[in-house]
Write a protein that binds this ligand. Structure first.
Ligand SMILES: CC(C)(COP(=O)(O)OP(=O)(O)OC[C@H]1O[C@@H](n2cnc3c(N)ncnc32)[C@H](O)[C@@H]1OP(=O)(O)O)[C@@H](O)C(=O)NCCC(=O)NCCS
Length: 166
């Protein structure tokens, strides 16, 4: 199911056939350097099943981000379930050959619109590794505000976190 269409991108729900694409992102040590490290194929089979169910049951999940022209899979952007902070989390991971082209900001904006229009939540959280300047820039461009630090289950570290009221 397509959940958003932007100038350059299509965002669609994940399905069982996406495992190879997802492994090219979630299995890449460089992409996952600031997000707890790469996942194994076995782990990501479970993640994919979890996210497909999450979308069916709660109406949100990470989405496949596709280039409208080439039809190539560029990355993943969407939502994780609430952590201890109690707010649904915005997340984005792109293949490294597609960094620096504004795709994360464009895809994340589409996700914020989707959350607003479908009344998914009125508050989003996002954690960053302080060394991840690109990620912090994306958050600030979207209007997220720095709140402090908290434990992040994804990276298993205490990290700065940001919040946005929709
Ligand atoms: C972080 C990430 C999603 C950014 O994606 P992107 O598509 O390159 O981001 P954008 O092109 O929308 O860039 C947004 C801004 O950040 C800047 N930026 C991007 N990468 C940067 C970097 N490594 N260092 C400094 N600034 C950076 C861009 O220049 C842009 O700023 P500008 O508009 O002022 O020029 C991408 O690098 C990525 O997938 N990284 C690995 C996964 C990850 O760390 N995800 C976040 C986990 S919290």
């Amino acid at each position: 199911m397509i959940i958003a269409s932007t100038q350059r991108l299509i965002l669609r729900t994940l399905d069982e056939d996406d495992l190879d694409f997802l492994m090219s992102i979630w299995g890449d040590p460089e992409v996952m350097r600031h997000s707890g490290g790469p996942g194994s194929r076995e782990q990501e089979v479970k993640s994919l099943k979890f996210y497909i169910r999450l979308q069916k049951e709660k109406g949100y999940s990470p989405y496949a981000v596709i280039d409208k022209v080439s039809n190539h899979f560029l990355g993943v952007c969407g939502f994780n379930p609430p952590s201890d902070l109690g707010a649904i989390e915005l997340m984005y991971h792109f293949a490294k050959e597609h960094w620096g082209k504004g795709y994360a900001t464009e895809a994340a904006k589409a996700c914020l619109n989707y959350a607003q229009q479908n009344e998914i939540t009125h508050q989003l959280a996002a954690f960053i590794d302080p060394a991840n300047q690109g990620s912090e820039k994306v958050l600030r461009k979207l209007g997220f505000q720095y709140m402090g630090t908290a434990f992040h289950p994804g990276s298993r570290k205490v990290e700065p976190y940001f919040m946005l009221h929709l």
